[in-house]
Design a protein around this ligand. Structure first.
Ligand code: HEC
Length: 385
């Protein structure tokens, strides 16, 4: 199973299904055949194709790959038949026979219910300010059913016909972001059409709903870390403004492409020495002038970090962000040295032999080697990191 998840062709197939549908939607929109909903092109069908089930049913994935290969060969055969007079009838007669022999995938394994927002993309990567705003909205509108930790044990939960699901696990990553947006704005119903979760479209703007989604994911990351010591799902660094001692301001995301080390620096804390393999940025809760290096100084940056770390205060912790902007490692609160065990979001595959033979001597080097060797890949569809 693990090997199957890692298989390149399977990832390509799943990513391809997603991008082909998105391309189709964009083409329909460009032709004026579909309109907008919540600011983006509306998916016009009640179903969509999803690769997620292929991860569970490898047999279906093989069938789909065979079917696609057949379609490609059939197209080629048609082209050849058109040009090659003498072989034409022979080739054309082969096609229906081959079509019968091909193991077509089960439509029900590929088809999942869709909402008009299924292919909506978030307006941007999460920001610390958005996460904090989402947290406040959650406390205002959602906590009575979903509970402060998202496990679904709010005071009102027991009186509901359908219990709220556990939002403190991987559920939010299994859903398309756009479906989450749709469910928040339009509510949810059971099979008989009775409302199970209220709609918030009259109270929340789309920006509020996206902020809530980012906040719920950050909260779930923190809860997973508390429960299992791992993030288990890819966690994006929430962006925040940074002030540098030279007077310039920039965004945390402006270092995308480089590895970043965030140091949650409390007053009087000794700062780690610079390391050429990483850019170090301190995060502090208050504001005030920056005298050295670069700092994300804001209550929001601090609080967003506390949320993903599952602590009340991240003071003294360090985090490593990979080149793609994913938070990947948190320093151990008890050990001063890094090791590749600090990687909180990884595939369980051991490092490849090439990476292992070039293993650097120190713990941070080992961690970086493993992080770089296992980048976060296509994240919809149950990938573990
Ligand atoms: C009155 C209780 C109640 C309130 C208030 C409420 N929810 Fe829910 N929520 C539910 C129930 C019940 C379900 C499960 C519904 C179902 O599966 O049919 C649910 C499901 C969800 C889901 C899972 C959706 C999915 O795609 O499976 C998310 C996410 C969610 N709620 C977020 C929120 C957020 C965010 C708020 C606040 C803006 C909120 N809920 C407010 C009761 C509530």
């Amino acid at each position: 199973m693990e090997a199957a998840i890692e298989a390149q062709w399977l990832q390509a197939l799943i990513a391809g299904l997603q991008s082909a549908q998105l391309a189709l939607l964009r083409a329909l929109h460009a032709l004026g055949l579909v309109g907008d909903v919540h600011g983006q092109p509306a998916w016009p069908w009640a179903w969509r194709l999803s690769g997620d089930n292929l991860l569970i049913e490898l047999g279906q994935a093989l069938r789909l790959a065979a079917a696609l290969a057949f379609v490609a060969v059939a197209l080629l055969a048609l082209a050849v038949a058109w040009a090659w007079r003498r072989g034409r009838w022979y080739l054309l007669a082969m096609l229906p026979l081959a079509a019968i022999a091909v193991p077509w995938p089960d439509a029900s394994a590929l088809r999942v219910p869709a909402t008009p927002a299924s292919f909506h993309l978030p307006p941007g990567p999460p920001t610390a300010a958005g996460v904090v705003r989402g947290q406040a909205l959650y406390a205002q509108h959602c906590v009575q059913c979903h509970g402060t930790d998202g496990r679904g044990q709010g005071p009102q939960a027991a009186s509901l016909a359908v219990l709220p699901p556990n939002l403190a696990g991987p559920l939010l990553w299994r859903r398309a972001d756009g479906d989450l947006l749709w469910h928040l704005q339009h509510g949810l119903r059971d099979a008989q059409g009775r409302p199970t979760m209220p709609a918030f479209g009259d109270r929340l703007s789309d920006a509020d709903a996206w902020a809530l989604i980012d906040a719920m994911k950050a909260q779930a990351a923190g809860e997973m870390l508390r429960a299992t010591g791992q993030w288990g799902r890819p966690v994006r660094l929430a962006d925040a403004p940074v002030q540098c001692a030279d007077g310039r301001t920039r965004l945390l995301s402006s270092w995308r492409g480089q590895r970043l080390r965030l140091v949650a620096a409390d007053k009087g804390m000794q700062l780690p020495s610079e390391d050429p393999r990483l850019v170090t940025v301190r995060v502090r809760p208050g504001d005030g002038p920056v005298t050295e290096g670069c700092e994300a100084r804001s209550p929001e940056a601090w609080q967003a970090l506390a949320l993903v770390a599952g602590t009340d205060s991240p003071a003294g912790l360090q985090f490593i962000v990979d080149r793609d902007g994913y938070l990947r490692a948190r320093s151990s609160p008890t050990r001063s040295e890094w090791s590749d065990d600090d990687l909180l979001c990884r595939s369980d595959a051991p490092p490849t032999s090439a990476a292992a033979s070039a293993a650097p001597a120190d713990g941070l080097g080992a961690l970086i080697a493993r992080m770089d060797a296992q980048p976060v890949r296509f994240v919809k569809g149950g990938f573990i990191h």
